[in-house]
Design a binder for this molecule. Structure first.
Ligand code: HEC
Ligand code: HEC
Length: 312
């Protein structure tokens, strides 16, 4: 042994020594020992409070009454039930959702109780309208009207412009949302001859300054205000009627005939002819009265009117 040569350490050793290296026997530092005890105590309390140990197909759920969570669950059909469970991530999430909903409710109540125009003047409230409106719109409207509300030709109208087929006042938009809309543009296949359809289509193009055959358009004018009866729905000035959503034919905004998108005069004519031959009544704006809460519809009305487009 070479330990005689080395200086004896001041601390106790275990007596083990290998090639002069001795194993010291220092007591554990107090902070470490206490840390260990506290960890054990923490684990024990944790087992009592939270789901912890697997047993068979189940697990310990914590001692009932020590840590339970109570929350309100809303089913798909809107029924609310109170639930109490042991602590778990799902019920914790539900409790937090309940809290957020309660916080939201104050804002929704405010929207519900104020006239439209007042809501739009309240800057704080409008912040809520914009964020809640964006979410409601993404969840319910964006599938048809697109994420930014810009719509899609031949499918759904643009809600970001100041053109409103069914009227752009708060009340009009509210009526649209509650009851839905379905414009009924009839097919003229059985009413007009092929030549007359071409004439009516030329007249329609002339109304918004598109290239057209002036002679045919003149005959189309007579059909529009006479035999075909277009004026009854679109109005004698062809500006449309918001009550029935008959399109304004004098502007550059189209929904079913893609006149703006068509490159050549022939293609533009074909677009209008297609609508006259087939009608346009497949575009359905669903009714939201039974699907969304009144305060959600009111908030969406303000969102569409003030934040998306130029409401009137
Ligand atoms: C299934 C597709 C679809 C969904 C979903 C939908 N819309 Fe529509 N929406 C339409 C169509 C199509 C029209 C046009 C109806 C017509 O021309 O007769 C329309 C029309 C409208 C109009 C009238 C526009 C005008 O110019 O007068 C408004 C406002 C509107 N939608 C808002 C909404 C909002 C807000 C939501 C969500 C709550 C929504 N829509 C959900 C398809 C949809
Ligand atoms: C019964 C009422 C009615 C009559 C009659 C009628 N329309 Fe329409 N028309 C509508 C409605 C409503 C729409 C909008 C349909 C929609 O958006 O769902 C429409 C849409 C159109 C469009 C498409 C506009 C676009 O934005 O793409 C054209 C073009 C049109 N009508 C032309 C005519 C012409 C021309 C006649 C006569 C030959 C006529 N309409 C007769 C109700 C009518």
């Amino acid at each position: 042994m070479m330990s005689q040569d080395t200086k004896k350490p001041a601390v106790k050793t275990t007596g083990h020594s290998w090639d002069g290296i001795e194993e010291l026997s220092n007591p554990l530092p107090m902070w470490w020992v206490w840390g260990f005890y506290i960890t054990c105590a923490f684990a024990f309390v944790y087992w009592l409070l939270y789901p912890a140990w697997p047993i068979g197909h189940m697990y310990t759920k914590g001692v009932p009454g020590l840590n339970t969570l109570t929350y309100t669950a809303t089913s798909v059909d809107g029924k609310e039930t109170q639930k109490t469970t042991h602590w778990n991530m799902r019920s914790k999430f539900m409790v937090e959702m309940n809290e957020h909903k309660a916080a939201q409710k104050q804002w929704f109540d405010k929207v519900a109780s104020m006239p439209f125009a007042e809501v739009s003047k309240d800057a704080d409230l409008m912040q809520f309208v914009n964020s809640a409106g964006k979410t409601l719109f993404s969840d319910n409207c964006a599938p048809c009207h697109q994420a930014g509300g810009q719509g899609k030709i031949k499918f759904s109208p643009n809600l970001t412009d100041d053109h409103w087929q069914y009227g752009g006042t708060y009340e009009d938009i509210h009526t649209t949302l509650v009851g839905g809309r379905r414009g009924a543009m009839p097919s003229f296949k059985a009413v007009l001859s092929g030549e007359e359809i071409v004439q009516a289509a030329n007249y329609v193009l002339s109304l918004s300054g598109e290239p057209h055959d002036a002679g045919a358009a003149k005959a189309g004018d007579a059909l529009f205000h006479g035999k075909a009866g277009c004026y009854a729905c679109h109005g004698p000035d062809a500006k449309g009627m918001t009550a029935i959503g008959s399109a304004n034919l004098t502007d550059k905004i189209w929904l079913w005939a893609d006149v703006q998108g068509a490159k050549t005069p022939e293609a533009k004519l074909d677009e209008v002819k297609y609508v006259l031959i087939n009608g346009a009544n497949n575009g359905v704006m669903p009714a939201w009265g039974a699907r969304l809460k009144p305060e959600q519809i009111k908030l969406l009305t303000v969102y569409v009117h003030d934040s998306l487009g130029g409401g009137k």
